[in-house]
Design a protein around this ligand. Structure first.
Ligand code: AHZ
Length: 354
């Protein structure tokens, strides 16, 4: 696993929108029920409305029949279509922790922006399934609670901060809203092993199944795949077996001078710094979340998560700006964003020359 740290990354590019027939649903009194009209080679499925609840009599309960090969084809065709579609996409977000998810959520509000999220773990969410020391509650300092309001996540309110009763409530809610959007694809269990860099600009990511990435030491060469992107957002978290991989790679290829690592904990300084320093660090690559602390030697904040959300949100607007699309940084954005959350002060958005 140690070798992973020298080879990980993210990217993006444009989009051949490949579509296939989606199942159609019709509802009647809120109930939707599929008929048996399955066709092996055609993804269209006829649905019929049912006026009464399904017969959940467990004594006679029986599922509709299915052919095993259909199950395989339904998964394979969709995954391969996604790989073809996202081989050249707008934004690749590397790392689906609280910062990466917040960034992808904000970006995906623009239906014209195609977003691929690459997460090495089978379980997206990074460190945001729990609060500090594996406790349940998640503390979020104001004004980041406006982001929670938008997501309709309940919390206990205090003067300067709020507490969500379980961190998993934040993570599952943002993920469910994000993943339902048609312009988003999560590739989990996939690791970014390297970056595509051309002419001093990051132009995408080099990927592999995470399980393959973790076994480079045990096999002969297992070459990776690639995903081009117009913008790569690196949200790999702080240093670790799968951490800070984006900025460590930038350093090893000489695109940035140093990765000093995060400094000791200071919540008040840390959270403001992460948001302020969220930026396009080299052409084509934006860094967000705790990975920002690694490049700038900013302090860590420990278990307060507001900066991850707002840094992610800011990273999305930096990306939109870079894509030439309406964004909150230059005042061209028209949409639902709380004024206090346009904390995305233009301060930290300068690009470091490659
Ligand atoms: O698996 C990693 C995690 O889910 C993923 N990741 C890292 N490298 C990757 C790679 N390819 C694919 N090369 C990769 N995925 O990135 C995610 C990072 O999530 P995180 O929760 O670790 O980072 P974050 O910046 O979103 O949130 C940080 C939360 C922290 S750490 C902290 C402290 O230490 O003081 N305080 C807070 C709030």
């Amino acid at each position: 696993m140690a070798t992973m740290t020298t080879t990980l990354f993210s990217s993006l590019s444009s989009k051949p929108k490949i579509s296939f027939l989606e199942p159609r649903f019709s509802s009647f009194h809120g109930l939707v029920r599929p008929t048996k009209a399955h066709n092996n080679n055609n993804l269209s499925i006829t649905m019929s409305a049912a006026a009464s609840p399904p017969p959940y009599d467990l004594k006679s309960f029986k599922f509709d029949p299915i052919k095993e090969s259909i199950v395989s084809r339904e998964m394979t065709r969709r995954y391969m279509m996604d790989m073809i579609t996202y081989a050249d996409t707008d934004v690749v977000v590397v790392g689906a922790g609280s910062a990466g998810l917040s960034c992808a959520y904000e970006l995906s509000k623009n239906p014209d922006v195609q977003v691929a999220i690459i997460e090495q773990s089978v379980s997206p969410g990074g460190g945001a399934w729990l609060g500090g020391q594996l406790f349940s509650a998640m503390v979020v300092r104001k004004p980041a609670h406006h982001f929670l309001d938008e997501l309709e996540i309940e919390y206990d309110e205090h003067d300067t901060y709020v507490v969500i009763k379980h961190a998993a409530l934040f993570t599952s809610t943002i993920m469910s809203k994000l993943l339902a959007r048609p312009n988003v694809k999560l590739f989990n269990a996939v690791a970014v092993e390297d970056l595509i860099v051309k002419g001093g600009r990051v132009g995408g990511v080099v990927t592999n199944w995470a399980l393959v990435s973790m076994n480079h030491d045990t096999q002969s060469c297992m070459d990776p795949n690639v995903m081009e992107a117009k913008i790569v957002v690196s949200s790999c978290g702080h240093d670790g077996p799968f951490g800070a991989t984006g900025v460590k790679r930038l350093k090893s290829i000489g695109m940035i001078d140093s990765v000093p690592g995060m400094k000791a904990l200071d919540m008040n300084t840390a959270e403001d710094a992460i948001v302020r320093l969220t930026r396009e660090i080299v052409p084509g690559m934006i860094v967000t979340g705790m990975e920002v602390a690694e490049i700038d030697g900013a302090p860590r904040m420990g278990p307060t998560f507001g900066a991850m959300m707002i840094s992610g949100q800011k990273a999305a607007h930096v990306a939109l700006k870079s894509l030439g699309l309406p964004n909150a940084l230059d005042g061209t954005y028209v949409g639902s964003i709380h004024p206090e959350l346009i904390l995305a002060s233009v301060d930290g958005t300068e690009t470091v020359d490659a």
